[in-house]
Design a protein around this ligand. Structure first.
Ligand SMILES: [Zn+2]
Length: 354
């Protein structure tokens, strides 16, 4: 029996939560591993044997961090203003057949606050990881199937699996773990728009009339309005270019999948950047650096005026040192082109050879 897919929201929530839980416990597990490591150092002979066993892999030498040594590592940031082209729903909870949307309260002094819609960074993270797990490779299989890697059972092959290399992972027995080096931020809407409560119905769509039929099930759901803008950021540290290719692939493929149930999907907001501009450009920035020298373009959560928020984004986007060997910034279409080129390289160099 097929209904309108109401459970999809629940699935993404479970995934996001389990991912978060892993992230929180991984630091404890790392401490445990570190303690065990100190004891091992005391037993020098045993430690040397252990190092010999793990020092060589198929793609190079492994360092004490567990990551392969294979090229320059840098910081990478993605900043964007996202636009919901239609109403959008990210679930928080269900109350007697009413699905409540996730929102955030912004204090404005005293006991006053404004309420804004929110695309939780943990939900974006879950969806981006899913893009890698479900990434089609050339022979028709999925990347997660080939690597035997998914949620909650991660493969923990930090040399050959880009899901684990980018998002990190924890062995349930605490024997092996590594932190993710991609973190997600932002997600607060710019406009302070109250969500709309709408009536929906889940209609059975079975074809075989001989099976037992069920009546349509009505339910209510709160939606963020179409046209809501959200400022978001993805930050990466100590990443190789190949790892960032996977981040770019996951980021741009996840945009159309953001949301729970139907409808879903956001796009990078596009408009004239200022009064001198003759062409619209996506509100997107990609930074690659060893020292963070550019201005952070994310508007404050307190800002509710669209024009002021966009002006802030544009003026800060253009505020960075030119020709600096420690900091490179791509803005607008150049940033989009940069991400698409990285994603294309990920398809040909990683997915194409898996
Ligand atoms: Zn893996």
């Amino acid at each position: 029996m097929v209904y309108e897919n109401r459970d999809e929201n629940d699935t993404s929530e479970i995934e996001s939560e389990s991912v978060e839980e892993q992230e929180e416990t991984s630091s404890e597990a790392l401490n445990e591993v570190a303690k065990k490591g100190i004891k091992k150092v005391a037993r020098k002979g045993a430690a040397k044997k252990e190092a010999k066993k793990t020092s060589k892999t198929t793609s190079g030498t492994i360092s004490i961090s567990g990551l392969p040594v294979e090229g320059i590592r840098k910081f990478y940031d993605i900043y964007a203003i996202l636009e919901a082209p239609q109403e959008i729903y990210f679930g928080e909870e269900t109350q007697v057949n009413v699905s409540i949307i996730e929102s955030i309260k912004i204090p404005t002094g005293g006991t006053n606050f404004i309420e804004k819609n929110y695309i939780s960074p943990t939900k974006r993270r879950g969806i981006e990881r899913r893009m890698l797990i479900w990434a089609p490779i050339l022979n028709g299989q999925l990347y997660g199937d080939v690597k035997q890697c998914g949620i909650p059972q991660m493969c923990l092959d930090f040399t050959n699996c880009y899901i684990c290399r980018i998002f990190g992972g924890l062995d349930p027995k605490g024997q092996k773990s590594i932190i993710g080096r991609l973190v997600h931020g932002g997600g607060v809407a710019i406009q302070a728009l109250a969500p709309e409560l709408k009536q929906r119905v889940a209609i059975p769509s079975i074809i075989n009339k001989t099976t037992i039929t069920q009546n349509p099930i009505p339910f209510k759901r709160l939606y963020a309005e179409g046209g809501t803008l959200y400022s978001i950021a993805n930050h990466c540290f100590a990443m190789t270019e190949k790892e960032f290719q996977g981040v770019a692939y996951a980021f741009i493929n996840s945009l159309k999948q953001l949301g729970a149930g139907n409808p879903k999907g956001v796009k990078i907001f596009e408009d004239l950047w200022d009064s001198n501009a003759t062409e619209t450009e996506p509100f997107l920035i990609v930074d690659e650096y060893s020292v963070p020298k550019g201005k952070n373009p994310m508007p404050s959560p307190f800002e509710v005026d669209i024009q002021k928020a966009l002006t802030f984004f544009v003026s800060n986007a253009k505020n960075y040192p030119q020709g600096d060997k420690n900091f490179e910034r791509f803005i607008g279409f150049k940033a989009l082109e940069r991400l698409i080129n990285f994603a294309t390289s990920f398809v040909s160099e990683i997915l194409g050879t898996s």
